[in-house]
Design a protein around this ligand. Sequence first.
Ligand code: NIG
Ligand code: FE
Length: 397
Amino acid sequence: MSSPTSSPTTVITNIATLVTNDPSLGDGSPLGLIQDAAVVIDGDRIAWTGESSKAPATDNRVDAGGRAVIPGFVDSHSHLVFAGDRTQEFNARMSGRPYSAGGIRTTVAATRAASDEELERNLTRYLAEALRQGTTTFETKSGYGLTVEDESRALRIASRHTDEVTYMGAHIVSPDYADDPAAYVALVTGDMLNTCAPYARWIDVFCEKGAFDGDQARAILTAGKAAGLHPRIHANQLSYGPGVQLAVELDAASADHCTHLTDADVDALANSRTVATLLPGAEFSTRAEWPNARRLLDAGVTVALSTDCNPGSSFTSSVPFCIALAVRDMGMTPDEAVWSATAGGARALRREDIGRLTPGAYADLVLLDAPSHVHLAYRPGVPLVTGVWRRGRGLTS
Ligand code: NIG
Ligand code: FE
């Protein structure tokens, strides 16, 4: 990877294709494509984008070498505070066993047994891995502790690395409460919420058979809202269910997975502010049916693409891999997939300062070793990310 350095003002020139995600720029498409472009970075922000020939002069020039520059990926859904892995479960699945939420218990046991240092070491390792692949913003969740102490330490650790922290004590009913799920919901909406809320921005719940039903999910998200957290939800992943409708009812920022949707679910999303976040790594790693991105896009739903990186259902930190899957198997065009992995992720986090390269936005950029963003899907599995700037700082690998 190249190792550009930061200075108060830097101009990146000789960009063959620049994805701005500002439709008022360039070709007027949602990606706001500018050919033969330049970007000026001032401190941690974008100061200017446009045609190279019109770029203001600055001392510090970086030559993109006729390659493409896109906004850094916004991975709005991951589960990165955990210990251990689930290789055996993956092996069994690839021999035909179906995925079930029960595997989460394996990771809960390993996570509870781990030290704070081990959890933080794991987290930073996966973050570095993601950053090398172009992820400049990530959301991450608790959900592998399921006690007041273990959930709050997961959030404390996560909050040292990102502002986008999600309290997910409602991942599954804790094994300690297997005989009394109602008591677990009371804990999640009571002591656990009060202890965790100061470290989190979001609250999430796994609304699914074997996890939490619609009424429990509503109670959990409503309590979270009352504590100042904003809702998002794991919805309609393994089966049809009430999750998507609940997301819309509560004005959740995002309904995540959206694999099994009725027409009414699609209509509800299309008439809401709730983003549908699709997570193709999960369908890939569980050999499940793909979510139908085309159906959602044609109905006017805003779609985000993220990794869902976790040791059970989707152990990938690679947004480029998810883009390739979404294009090949979910009916997205390369342009739509790149938009969803950048601007779409920003929408799913209700952020305006990331996911686009326009003056005032954070200078989070990715240089691809390719002439255009289309190559992310056209050249699957090839490590095309060759330079990353986060908050205006060039990063080395
Ligand atoms: O998003 N669906 C629930 N949670 C994760 C899986 C977690 C696990 O299997 O450990 C998901 O796919
Ligand atoms: Fe998830």
